[in-house]
Design a protein around this ligand. Structure first.
Ligand code: NAI
Ligand code: SOE
Length: 380
């Protein structure tokens, strides 16, 4: 066990992701031997009562109701941004100016213009930064990345990904407020493109390299919803569904689809990659399994393998239980914190950095621009 130094965390938000990250901070040193130990120093949100309850549940030492005050505190080393997308930009700029490390939830920003300013701010300030594209750290997804990087698939021909949900089908669902800020374009930036396809794009670029051009279609099925904050019916500005074709720099073709109107699907994130020698497929609802087909197998036994990613020589699994015993969704956040702290101890970043995440946001912008124009959009 290494000697450990506290890294004082200032968490902003107490919603879904604040819980997932707090859990990761609390557990990471029990499983990973790290030089840093996250210390839950302060949590910030606007509702004082709920804030105190959250602080008690997760063991935060103090609370703030204004994120500017949290950032101004000398006893905070790292700011964790777990608030709706419109707040990522102002908080990250202020945190960078104050010299704090920044762990920002995805998507980096509502659009690439905001994202570029955020990148420039962290790079100018020289502060460590990361964006929580946590699915990279599901062991089966990391294994997929490693198999492609080792060249086992050979030349990649096809990449296809889906992220399907069904929770916004009712027209009675309002826009704005906890969780529902995702339906409000001013807060979210976009709909499924920035919220769900951003995950698919991040994984795709990480595994298969840059995307060079896209052509897309989007639809907003429910045109007006009541706004939680104003009580008025307001136009819906987000994309409810999006499908796009893409080309990668390596010559591969891609097809991506996301919707919140796929009745029966709650969070079905899947991808499949077809290469010259082999194919792989993954499914978030079976997240510890990786499907693998290797054409080099003897023909009489050739077929899709169903790899149960739980063995000690598979990514991250030596840190957990014994072979055959799997882990789950929350562990992807533990892994991201572990990698962040491991790199931070050397003064380095662990990807995805703000700069990496900006590339995903640039693709999202190109997708939305293509859907608006009906034309292919090339990424420069
Ligand atoms: P949520 O609606 O559950 O929580 C948002 C939190 O922000 C609430 O605690 C709210 O009180 C707080 N907040 C809003 N305005 C604030 C302000 N001015 N000052 C301080 N706090 C404020 O949202 P959720 O699901 O936690 O999403 C937060 C971020 O995490 C979003 O950017 C979202 O895209 C991302 N996310 C990422 C996921 C992933 O898979 N990596 C999963 C879910 C969300
Ligand atoms: C939306 O329902 C959501 O929570 C996204 O915001 C997350 O990024 C995704 O991981 C799961 O779905």
């Amino acid at each position: 066990m290494r000697s450990q130094k506290d890294l004082n965390i200032g968490m902003i938000g107490y919603g879904f992701m604040a819980r997932a990250h707090s859990n990761a901070y609390r557990r990471v040193n029990n499983f990973f031997d790290l030089a840093y130990r996250p210390n839950l120093k302060a949590v910030c949100a606007r509702d004082e009562g709920k804030l105190k309850a959250f602080a008690d549940t997760w063991g935060y030492a103090s609370t703030e109701t204004d994120w500017r005050k949290l950032i101004a505190r000398d006893d905070i080393d790292a700011i964790d941004i777990c608030v709706p997308n419109d707040l990522h930009h102002p908080i990250a700029l202020a945190a960078a100016r104050a010299g704090k490390m920044i762990l920002c939830e995805k998507p980096l920003s509502r659009n690439a213009a905001e994202g570029l300013e955020m990148c420039e701010a962290v790079e100018k300030a020289g502060v460590l930064n990361t964006v929580w594209y946590n699915y990279r750290r599901v062991p089966a997804v990391t294994l997929a990345k490693n198999l492609v990087a080792e060249g086992r698939l050979g030349r990649i021909f096809h990449y296809r990904a889906n992220f399907l949900q069904d929770w916004t089908i009712s027209p009675d669902l309002p826009q704005g407020g906890t969780g529902l800020w995702r339906l409000d374009a001013a807060a979210a930036g976009s709909g499924v493109t920035g919220d769900l396809l951003a995950h698919c794009i991040d994984t795709a670029i990480w595994i298969n390299g840059p995307i060079t051009s896209v052509t897309a279609m989007t639809e907003t099925f429910i045109k007006e919803r009541k706004h939680t904050l104003t009580g008025q019916m307001q136009k819906v500005g987000i994309d409810d569904a999006c499908a796009f074709l893409a080309r990668f720099a390596n010559g591969a073709l891609a097809i991506f689809e996301s919707t919140r109107y796929a009745r029966g699907h709650k969070a079905l994130y899947t991808f499949e990659i077809n290469g010259e020698h082999a194919s792989i497929a993954w499914d978030l609802e079976n997240l510890h399994r990786l499907k693998y087909f290797d054409h080099a197998d003897e023909s009489i036994v050739r077929g899709w393998r169903d790899i149960h990613v739980s063995d000690g020589d598979q990514p991250y699994m030596d840190k957990w239980w014994v072979p055959g015993l799997q882990i789950g969704y929350e562990h992807s956040f533990v892994h991201q914190v572990a990698d962040f702290l491991e790199a931070a101890a050397k003064g380095e970043n662990a990807g995805p950095t703000f700069r990496d995440a900006l590339e995903t946001t640039r693709v999202c912008d190109a997708v939305l621009a293509s859907a608006a124009s009906g034309q292919w959009v090339t990424l420069g």
